[in-house]
Design a protein around this ligand. Structure first.
Ligand SMILES: [Ca+2]
Ligand SMILES: [Ca+2]
Length: 206
């Protein structure tokens, strides 16, 4: 158990020291400072029985136009917080609380992704690279989307303005870019060719 904690901490420290970019699928995280979660535990992201101990501040971009899949993993806060996409609060139910495991899809252009989180007093956006309310956590493969079986590229936690804790679990999501299956464009072009030859045959017959 202790070894897992140490390994997790070392990974994050290494990320911070390099101030690097981490690429996962068609998503890329530009890392800033490391953040160690403080006071109350991170109650949502749990690795091997140990709550997540830290993450990094940063900014998430799409390497190309893609579909951004955002799965709600949970929230510890008693407040109503939202995932925000392009300035719009995304709500999953009449109570404005998404169901755990529910996935939202957004078609996004290449570049910095316009998303964030909103609580009663504060909005934190990925477009502001200096915001310190969003913690990005790389996925070691532990967290897998129950619907697609694909591991999330990144786990992301929001720290709202309730008390002064730094647990970053007041709204937690798993995100990834949905790859377009390579077979689809091929199939589409094959159908297109088929369509043309059919029309030609029809023209001959007429
Ligand atoms: Ca907590
Ligand atoms: Ca908090």
């Amino acid at each position: 158990m202790k070894n897992i904690t140490l390994m997790f901490g070392f990974t994050l420290a290494a990320v911070s020291a390099q101030a690097a970019t981490i690429t996962s699928g068609d998503l890329q995280l530009e890392t800033r400072d490391a953040i160690t979660f403080t006071e109350d535990a991170h109650d949502i992201i749990n690795v091997g029985g140990i709550d997540a101990t830290g993450g990094v501040f940063g900014q998430l971009s799409a390497l190309k136009e893609t579909t951004f899949a955002v799965t709600f993993l949970g929230k510890e806060a008693t407040r109503t917080n939202f995932f925000v996409s392009n300035g719009t609060s995304v709500a999953g139910s009449a109570n404005n609380v998404a169901t755990v495991g529910q996935t939202f899809f957004f078609d996004i252009p290449e570049g910095v992704i316009d998303f964030g989180f909103r609580g009663p007093e504060i909005t934190a956006l990925n477009t502001n690279i200096n915001n310190q309310r969003i913690a990005y956590i790389t996925n070691d493969g532990t967290y897998i989307d129950a619907n697609t079986n694909n591991p999330y590229s990144f786990l992301i936690g929001f720290n709202d303005n309730d008390q002064s804790d730094g647990d970053y679990d007041d709204y937690v999501v798993g995100v990834s870019a949905v790859p377009v299956p390579a077979a689809l464009p091929l199939m589409a072009s094959a159908l297109g060719i088929f369509g043309i030859s059919r029309r030609r045959n029809k023209a001959k017959a007429a």
